[in-house]
Design a protein around this ligand. Structure first.
Ligand SMILES: [Zn+2]
Length: 377
């Protein structure tokens, strides 16, 4: 493209953008807190306006020295997961590496508009691609990357292998499942798995990996971090993965949970442990009634969000149990689950890695077999 057409298209783009901008401003006025659930609109801890907004994510103050990054996947997948940062008198912590370096750059640059204190660490809540692929930005800035001691091992077990493959080879066995499907719904479900897998494989293949370089020993948790007037407690739970960490600020009843807690979507059990996960959520339900959660995906929420996720899990488990007791083989049972009306707007990573995986693992537990982690590599 030559300079003339470049500047021309830029001008027409800007002309279009300014009228769009007016539209978005009007929409934002009508919906001042798109990243919040209704019951939290009046919570005095939460700022009405974000301090930064890129469309794909906005960052907002949610407490003293505490900020939440909330992603909006409808406007881009640069962050994909939520995150945030915690700032004390002496130091700060960043939460999550996101799906791309654009996402982690946005978070780091926004932190620097608020404070110049040293960043002690960037924390990954778990090893998944949408929480870690932007880590190299932190590494390049000399910020150590902290995660559960097994997080780097899990990443190394999958991601470099995918980087040496091409997408068609990787997907071949999954394409076969689509061709072999016996019913329309089975075919649609199998297609959704291909979409989910592609959505992981592609960003991984485009990324220079930066593994966590500061393993946190789960045996030494809970672990307290003093940032100067702000104490953060790191705790470990098993659920969404076997490397899940949460970051609690007990003085303010605010918690960053990673994907142990998500809003508006079915639990992703691709590497999950549904029974332990449900026990973890039962524990969250006992936290102080004013607890504010920054979930891994979805809006900032209170205990009502924990209750909603638990009831979705209950629904899945009840249906699975009915089928199990009736002797329906698991591969048929998982296809028969019907999404209830109240969850019909829930997002699914894919059918197989939410519904299917949960059924398979519950069946395995009930029949006394060890829980299998799906081979999707
Ligand atoms: Zn995850």
């Amino acid at each position: 493209m030559n300079n003339f057409s470049n500047s021309f298209s830029r001008r027409s783009f800007l002309a279009g953008a300014s009228s769009l901008g007016a539209l978005y401003a009007a929409a934002e006025f009508a919906l001042p807190l798109p990243a919040l659930a209704r019951p939290l609109l009046d919570d005095p801890r939460i700022a009405a306006q974000p301090i930064a907004d890129k469309g794909f994510a906005s960052i907002r103050k949610i407490g003293n020295g505490l900020y939440a990054l909330i992603s909006d996947r409808s406007k881009g997948m640069q962050t994909r997961s939520n995150g945030g940062f915690l700032i004390g008198r002496d130091a700060a912590l960043l939460v999550e590496g996101f799906q791309t370096t654009i996402g982690s750059t946005f978070q780091l640059e926004t932190l620097r508009t608020v404070t110049q204190v040293p960043v002690r660490a960037a924390l990954n809540t778990h090893w998944h691609f949408d929480h870690t692929l932007g880590n190299s930005v932190y590494g390049g800035a000399g910020i150590p990357i902290w995660a559960h001691a097994d997080a780097a091992t899990r990443m190394a077990a999958y991601y470099p292998k995918w980087q040496s493959q091409d997408l068609a080879t990787y997907l071949a066995p999954w394409e076969k499942r689509v061709r072999d499907a016996k019913t329309d719904s089975q075919r649609e479900h199998a297609k959704s798995d291909i979409e989910g897998l592609t959505g992981m494989f592609v960003p991984v293949s485009q990324t220079v990996l930066a593994l966590p370089n500061h393993p946190l020993d789960p045996a030494k948790m809970p672990m307290e971090i003093d940032l100067g007037g702000l104490t953060v407690v790191i705790e470990t739970y098993i659920g969404h993965t076997d490397t899940d960490l949460i970051f609690r600020v007990p003085d303010q009843n605010i918690i960053y949970t990673g994907d142990l807690l998500t809003g508006g979507q079915y639990p992703v059990n691709i590497n999950g442990y549904p029974t332990k996960w449900r026990a973890t959520l039962a524990k969250f339900a006992t936290f102080d009634k004013n607890t504010l959660f920054v979930p891994g995906h979805g809006q900032v929420m209170g205990l009502e969000g924990v209750a909603e996720m638990r009831s979705c899990f209950d629904d899945l488990a009840e249906h699975a149990e009915k089928s199990y007791k009736a002797g329906v083989p698991v591969e048929d049972a998982m296809e028969q689950y019907i999404v209830p009306d109240k969850y019909k707007n829930y997002r699914m990573f894919s059918w197989g890695f939410t519904i299917g995986r949960t059924y398979e693992q519950l069946y395995a537990e009930w029949s006394g077999k060890p829980v299998q982690i799906l081979n999707y590599s």
